[in-house]
Design a protein around this ligand. Structure first.
Ligand code: C5P
Length: 202
């Protein structure tokens, strides 16, 4: 059983995907963290702006033990991730790792941007978690603490734009995905809606 959870930044997909993995006793993979690691590793090796060569080299020699949770979560890592994520060779280098993870018994939940469309097009259940840019910016601002709302909103919009307009594996709901808009939902309601959607596909 593979559950694909896709959607834009700060829509709640990480929270929902983790809750689904807990609920079903499945493995969980935050695929955004892989792109964040590649972005940070590319900066460490080649500085900024990130070059295509440093990003591809970083993707081919990824070592998760080199990164702390705190540095992966900050917006610098998110922005770097969305820059390296447009490079087809970077995406290709991360594909096998994600597909092998998805096959782990008894099941796996993967969250990202292209899980239902590219990584696991045969996933049993596909969810596309979204929310308005304003609501997502508000949530991210609270998560980050002191950040300025206007700055956070601009960053979210820039990341949406980069993720949706790229040629390779753009952010888009799979034709057979269940779309859940969490703009008006709290975490409990969003998780309940996600479980309902998965149950309908089992
Ligand atoms: O989900 P998260 O915010 O951690 O993702 C960071 C960035 O990594 C995204 O903005 C996107 O550009 C990229 N990404 C991707 N494909 C995935 C997961 C993340 O392109 N499956």
């Amino acid at each position: 059983m593979i559950i694909a959870v896709d959607g834009p930044a700060a829509a709640g997909k990480g929270t929902i995907a983790r809750a689904l993995a807990r609920h079903y006793g499945y493995h969980f993979l935050d695929t955004g963290a892989l792109y964040r690691m590649v972005g940070l590793a590319a900066i460490r090796a080649g500085g900024e702006p990130i070059t295509t060569v440093s990003a591809i080299t970083a993707a081919k020699s990824l070592d998760p033990s080199h990164f702390s949770d705190a540095e992966l979560r900050n917006e610098k890592a998110g922005a770097a991730a969305s820059i390296v994520a447009v490079i087809p060779e970077v995406r290709a280098a991360l594909l096998d790792l994600q597909r092998n993870f998805a096959k782990k018994p008894p099941g796996a939940v993967l969250d990202g941007r292209d899980i239902g469309t590219v990584v696991c097009p045969d996933a049993h259940a596909k969810l596309f978690i979204t929310a308005s840019a304003e609501v997502r910016a508000k949530r991210r601002q609270i998560e980050l603490g002191a950040a300025d709302y206007a700055v956070v909103l601009a960053e979210i919009r820039a990341r949406d734009e980069r993720d949706s307009k790229r040629a390779t594996a753009p952010l888009v709901a799979a034709a057979d995905a269940v779309v859940i808009d969490t703009s008006e939902m709290d975490v409990t309601a969003a998780v309940a809606a996600a479980i309902d959607a998965v149950e309908a596909r089992r």
